[in-house]
Design a protein around this ligand. Structure first.
Ligand SMILES: *Cc1c(COP(=O)(O)O)cnc(C)c1O
Length: 487
């Protein structure tokens, strides 16, 4: 068949035969990647000038055939990216996407519902609210007294938390902005907190200095006594503390701030308590490990990133809050061009309760995962990462490595026990050796004492004991070479 067939006459629609070829081409590539990603180099070396010049040869003035374009993209994705889906990837929190999540992405793109308002997308909006309720229930939040939104990720969820807490503490901000505030609002995070808090404070117009950095203890956990002193001091200085953030699973070393003590302090100081549980919050979804994030069910609001440990494709987080109505206080407006909310007033209007307006159906991938794997399947995935993490931690000691973080989450930070302080770059050289071998990928972390450590995190359910063994051998070899070099 030539030329576009129904329903359009635009090159955008393609013809039925071409579409059919494209769908097959794409599913074949996805299936192949799912099966063979472990045979690729985890972090292929990439020559930026070669990539750029290949792209420079392309031009919208000279369109190419769709299957040729798609093939080129598939080749690029296979050859020129760090393959976090590889079972030897021990890096940041980017698991291989769950298959059902990929299906969800295709459905969301193809049916393309507009989730800004309930009236445009009753089923999708209700699906996302189902996700909010079910995840809340599992975390121990009261499912009927909770509000929440599916966000693009942890950063948007954190920004939402900051704004909601700020508007509750200083309601006149909604109309007057920051102008005329007699006391500057401040929030409290630990030295180990994610830097998205800094961005959020800048976006909100508060600035870096509103982000008060609380010292951490020897286990990299927020020091609650120091926090109490800082809050009191800041109040004396005429500042207005409004938000305390406890991280459940810090990025560098997996520390979990003492949420129970933070709850007590936040309540007695009349502050909003938010848990940034973007990665580590998933531990609460596993019956076996939920005690590691004790207190998570008692915070005012929390961030949980579905595209981290829950393994849905990139672009889905959750903001959950037990202060119902808080989101509307920040985001509600009344445009005349949208239909009024349902007369019963019982539906959620996402555009009135979140930062986004036009909204993609990102909650679908969480919904389908919950529906098909169930809590049991999710717990099993999470527990398997814990098991591999424990195996790695246990094997490092006898091989002459010193574990330097105290987290029980599956992120392990360690140093060469025999490394002389006078060998700068020793650990960096080991990391470089491992990554250059292209069978495993690890990173580095700076811990509280500013000493560099090697960091390996298991967040990929495909990682097996064999993959852990490969990493251990590469580490030993890298250390041998680095010592030779130092000598
Ligand atoms: C990843 C992460 C974030 C940021 O989330 P994004 O999804 O990358 O925007 C914030 N806080 C913590 C603790 C994280 O691990």
């Amino acid at each position: 068949m030539t030329g576009p067939d129904r329903p359009g006459h635009s090159s955008f629609d393609l013809d039925a035969a071409t579409r059919d070829r494209l769908w097959r081409q794409v599913t074949a590539a996805l299936e192949r990647y799912c099966v063979d990603v472990g045979t690729l180099a985890v972090a292929p070396r990439c020559d930026p000038t070669a990539v750029r010049s290949a792209l420079a040869a392309l031009s919208p003035d000279a369109p190419i055939a769709p299957d040729e374009a798609v093939r080129m993209v598939i080749d690029g994705l296979r050859a020129e990216q760090l393959h976090a889906s590889h079972p030897g990837y021990f890096g940041l929190f980017v698991p291989a996407p769950a298959a059902i999540g990929i299906v969800a992405e295709a459905l969301a793109a193809g049916f393309n519902p507009q989730l800004a308002s309930w009236g445009h997308a009753p089923f999708p909006v209700e699906v996302e609210q189902w996700v909010v309720r079910e995840v809340s229930r599992r975390l121990g939040f009261p499912p009927d007294a909770v509000e929440g939104t599916v966000t693009t990720g942890g950063s948007e969820a954190n920004l939402t938390a900051l704004l909601v807490a700020l508007h509750e503490a200083v309601p006149q901000i909604a109309t007057d902005g920051l102008a005329g505030l007699s006391r500057w609002p401040t929030l409290y995070v630990s030295t180990e907190a994610h830097h998205s808090w800094r961005k959020a404070a800048r976006v909100a117009g508060l600035g870096d200095r509103a982000v008060r950095i609380v010292p951490s203890d020897a286990a990299s956990r927020l020091d609650v006594r120091a926090l109490r002193r800082m809050i009191a001091n800041d109040r004396r200085r005429g500042l207005q503390p409004f938000l305390v953030v406890g991280t459940a699973g810090t990025t560098a070393c997996g520390a979990v701030d003492p949420l129970v003590e933070l709850r007590a302090l936040a309540s007695s100081s009349d502050l909003w308590l938010h848990a940034d549980a973007a990665w580590g919050g998933a531990a609460a979804l596993s019956g076996k490990h939920r005690h590691l994030v004790e207190g998570l069910s008692d915070v005012d609001s929390l961030t949980l990133d579905a595209h981290k440990w829950l393994s849905v494709p990139m672009g889905a987080g959750l903001f959950l809050s037990r202060r119902v109505g808080g989101s509307r206080a920040v985001f509600a407006t009344d445009p005349t061009y949208l239909p009024a909310s349902s007369p019963t007033g019982i539906v959620t209007e996402p555009y009135q309760e979140s930062l986004q307006w036009s909204r993609r159906f990102s909650g679908l991938k969480i919904f389908l995962l919950l529906l098909t794997s169930g809590w049991a399947g999710i717990a099993e995935t999470i527990d398997s990462c814990f098991a591999r993490g424990a195996r790695l931690r246990d094997a490092l000691g006898p091989r002459g490595w010193r574990i330097v973080n105290r987290s029980r989450l599956p992120v392990v930070c360690f140093r060469d026990r025999a490394a002389r302080r006078a060998a700068p770059g020793h650990h960096a050289a080991i990391v470089e050796h491992v990554n250059r071998r292209e069978t495993s990928w690890i990173s580095r972390a700076l811990l509280g004492d500013s000493r560099e450590a090697i960091r390996a995190c298991v967040s990929n359910r495909r990682t097996t004991d064999t993959d852990v063994g490969v990493l251990l051998d590469e580490l030993d070899e890298g250390r041998r070479l680095a010592r030779e070099h130092d000598a």
